[in-house]
Design a protein around this ligand. Structure first.
Ligand SMILES: [Zn+2]
Length: 271
């Protein structure tokens, strides 16, 4: 990466200076190997949807992430939340492997919920532009004050198990979806991070996602040192297309399109 790209505004505290490489998710949560991120633009050049399987993309040799946080924020959040996030991801991965992707029940997690959700929110700061923090100062305080509880009321975090080995990250996106049975359109504003074993949606002033993800916003009601066991009925999702919020499996995408053209939703990029 060019040297100039390592200077800039920290996505979390806003300070200007040298930025350090922030792994999203943390390196200790399986993110220490070569990864490929499919390029969404290339999708429009495809003539056969099944070619999505072999779509090439950006390669990263050191795991997924970017120069997004100043050294101080990187070190503090890693120290406060990193290892607890990794413990959560390891439990999720173990359930996925053991059940061969056929999860149907609620499984017990032993965790520090507040630390896990703070790491997740921190990851959303990293993948969004620095303007995200300007729009959500309360969320910045939530991450940078390790004891702070409760998400801002207009923000929800959802989780699902991610079955496919594809990763996907999308900054704040507006999506207008028509409910064909009622004829009502829903505008959803959300950001997504998908990296095995979990997909996360951060939604802003929006109805729940179309797909049945588990709302884990209540993790923010625990204290910093509250260790607990939670039975979590987390649904299993697929990531096949590069479009945020689209958790249809490859089979479902091919079936719905008749194997020819992509059914594209209208996505409006915004910050
Ligand atoms: Zn910072």
């Amino acid at each position: 990466m060019a040297k100039s790209s390592k200077i800039g505004h920290c996505h979390l505290c806003g300070s200007y200076g040298k930025l350090s490489f922030e792994h999203v998710p943390p390196e200790s949560a399986f993110n220490n190997q070569k990864v490929v991120t499919p390029d969404a633009k290339k999708v429009f050049e495809l003539t056969n949807l099944d070619d999505l399987r072999i779509l090439s993309g950006k390669q990263s040799q050191r795991g997924k992430g970017g120069y997004t946080l100043c050294e101080r924020c990187n070190n503090l959040t890693g120290h406060w939340y990193g290892s607890n996030y990794a413990a959560w991801a390891f439990q999720g991965a173990a359930y996925l492997v053991r059940s061969n992707g056929m999860l149907q029940l609620a499984y017990p997690y032993h965790l520090l919920p507040l630390r896990v959700i703070k790491q997740i929110v921190c990851m959303f700061f990293s993948i969004n532009s620095p303007r995200f923090r300007e729009a959500h100062p309360a969320l910045e305080r939530f991450v940078l004050n390790k004891e702070a509880k409760y998400l801002p009321p207009d923000i929800q975090i959802y989780a699902g198990y991610l079955l496919s080995d594809r990763s996907r990250a999308a900054g704040i996106t507006g999506s207008l979806q028509l409910d064909e049975s009622s004829g009502v359109s829903h505008l959803r504003t959300y950001s997504e991070i998908s990296f095995r074993p979990f997909s996360y949606i951060l939604s802003i002033k929006s109805p729940p996602p179309e797909h049945p993800l588990l709302d884990i916003s209540f993790f923010a009601q625990y204290g910093y040192d509250d260790f607990t066991t939670l039975q979590l009925p987390i649904p299993v999702l697929s990531v096949y297309t590069p479009f945020p919020g689209d958790f249809r499996s490859r089979e479902a995408v091919l079936r719905e399109s008749g194997g020819r053209n992509l059914s594209l939703k209208k996505h409006l990029q915004s910050d």
